[in-house]
Design a protein around this ligand. Structure first.
Ligand SMILES: Cc1cc2nc3c(=O)[nH]c(=O)nc-3n(C[C@H](O)[C@H](O)[C@H](O)COP(=O)(O)OP(=O)(O)OC[C@H]3O[C@@H](n4cnc5c(N)ncnc54)[C@H](O)[C@@H]3O)c2cc1C
Length: 509
């Protein structure tokens, strides 16, 4: 062995941790390879942050509640996450939500200017009696009838916004009601800005395979995957991801997390890296510049500029600031205010059973920035992730504390009233009361925790995928084969995308 390869991972969020984890598996200490993670803050994990808090109500009920201020749920479709869970032996920490559970079946919309929630129909019988049928049925019919309308085929560089794509296929009412709400929930942004190729590459492929219709494309994909499964039999094995038996554990699972929250994942990756002799973690070093030093006959550097690319620069003998690379600063990012609220136990439920609700873009448009609370949606955490909380009540049947998380901001700008002002909480609770359809005010919360995340979710705008291809080429041209750029600002924003991109880049070096 005896090589002297050296890798530097800039940023210890999910993407950087995943890259370092997979690099350290490929290049253990005995290979003589050094791996350094440079993280500007005092902790690893980036936006992933879970915290346990003790709450008590005025009747003496007590509980320990787990609060998430970043990502909270994962989908079993990401094999890269399942692989890491298996490799780090985290199976026993999993908390899964079955596809049959109310948290998986019931999702709601709140239409601006109305009172209460509408259930998003999850089956044909539910659709037939839903007030949303008047939008959904014509939308599906409109798309189903489309022929030869393919615009975004794989061979063309064309792109358009998510809103334009949904409007073309399903009509403007669907695009506004469902499209904008969905994008509020994932990207906290305006669906008219977001690139459909970047956000829903799969929908573009369905448009092509369905000869212009996404619905026909989805139906034919379903049929061919059924045929494939039949021909492979039930014993189909996973070749490329080392997942052990975990796929079995995920059968029938809608979403999942961990008993101690999402930070279980980043803490476990960080701990495993700390145990490796050849891995060094440097904290609190803003990494405003990195200097390439070649010590040894072979040197290879991996630079992963994540998230806030604008904060990073490099000097490579001839200073080569990263901002001189193309498209690094092309995308805006959304700022989100995350409010965790814990209500005391009560016989009257705070909300219906379900995952939570999203709110579409208001008509005629978003109000001026910073003039409203700007609510994007609310997650009913107790329903899906109640297993994270520990109640100290002697009576197991007594009602539990209810935790919800409200997301504000994004295209609405900073919330008004300001979260630090005394008017903020009453305004928030009155809005929640109206959304949840209560005639009486909501009970006084036992705990309210507000986190204001600046520029936390990138908005890949129209043309993003083509721009990132140019960026990758420019990185290789300017910085050499040993450099790569990954992270939520470059690839997808989901936890699965970030872990997958770290894995892929580590395998490529
Ligand atoms: C509120 C919220 C809720 C979310 N919910 C979900 C969810 O439920 N499910 C899901 O799949 N996804 C969710 N996401 C998305 C997902 O969590 C993020 O996209 C992902 O965590 C981003 O990881 P990253 O490593 O690419 O970037 P980051 O987490 O931003 O990490 C980048 C790291 O690099 C460091 N850094 C930056 N600049 C420098 C520098 N110059 N030098 C050194 N270090 C630097 C930062 O301090 C940070 O630690 C959510 C995101 C947010 C913000």
């Amino acid at each position: 062995m005896g090589s002297s390869r050296s890798f530097t991972v800039l940023g210890g969020g999910l993407s950087g941790l995943s890259a370092a984890f997979h690099l350290s598996r490929r290049f253990p200490a005995r290979t003589g390879t050094r791996i350094t993670i440079v993280e500007k803050s005092s902790r690893l994990g980036g936006w992933v942050q879970s915290e346990r808090v003790r709450v008590k109500d005025k009747h003496g009920h007590e509980a320990e509640i787990l609060l998430e201020s970043g990502p909270r749920t994962l989908r079993p479709a990401s094999k890269a996450i399942l692989e890491i869970i298996h490799l780090l032996n985290l199976e026993s920490s999993l908390l899964t939500v079955s596809r049959n559970a109310p948290a998986a079946r019931n999702r709601f919309l709140h239409l601006p200017g109305t009172k209460g929630l509408l259930t998003i129909p999850g089956s044909l019988p539910a659709l037939l009696v839903s007030p949303l049928a008047k939008i959904l049925v014509p939308a599906m019919y409109r798309d189903f009838r489309r022929i030869n309308g393919t615009v975004l085929n794989a061979s063309s560089p064309n792109d358009e916004s998510v809103d334009a794509f949904f409007t073309r296929h399903f009509g403007p009412e669907f695009a506004r009601t469902f499209g904008s709400a969905l994008i509020h929930g994932i990207y906290a942004t305006d669906s008219r800005l977001l690139s459909v190729r970047a956000a829903f590459g799969a929908a573009c492929r369905l448009e092509e395979s369905g000869n212009g219709s996404v619905v026909r494309g989805a139906l034919s994909e379903m049929m061919s995957s059924l045929r494939k499964r039949k021909s492979q039999g039930n014993g189909a094995t996973e070749e490329t991801y080392d997942m052990g038996d975990i796929a079995h554990l995920m059968k029938g699972v809608s979403v999942y997390s961990f008993r101690d929250g999402m930070q279980t994942l980043t803490d476990a990756m960080a701990n495993r890296l700390r145990q490796q002799e050849n891995v060094e973690i440097i904290h609190g070093d803003g990494a405003a510049s990195l200097t390439k030093t070649i010590d040894g006959f072979q040197a290879s550097f991996l630079w992963l500029y994540e998230g806030q690319l604008s904060h990073a620069s490099t000097s490579l003998g001839n200073p080569s600031p990263i901002s001189s690379l193309p498209h690094v600063l092309a995308n805006p990012s959304s700022s989100v205010t995350v409010v965790n609220i814990v209500f005391p136990p009560s016989d009257t439920p705070i909300h219906p059973e379900g995952f939570g609700y999203l709110i579409p873009r208001p008509k005629p448009d978003y109000p001026s920035q910073g003039t409203t609370l700007g609510m994007l949606g609310t997650v009913f955490d107790s329903c899906s992730l109640g297993g994270q909380d520990i109640s100290f009540s002697a009576d197991r049947r007594s009602p539990k504390f209810t935790k919800v998380t409200v997301m504000l901001g994004g295209p609405y700008g900073p919330p008004s009233p300001d979260p630090s002002s005394p008017e903020f909480l009453p305004a928030l609770l009155a809005t929640l009361q109206q959304h949840l359809g209560h005639s009486e005010p909501l009970p006084e919360p036992c705990l309210v925790r507000v986190r204001q995340h600046r520029d936390c979710i990138p908005t890949p705008t129209v043309g993003h995928v083509a721009r990132m291809a140019e960026l990758r080429k420019a990185v290789q041209k300017k910085l050499g084969q040993g450099a790569a750029v990954i992270g939520a600002g470059v690839g997808g924003v989901s936890v699965g995308d970030c872990i997958e991109s770290g894995r892929r880049v580590a395998m490529e070096f």
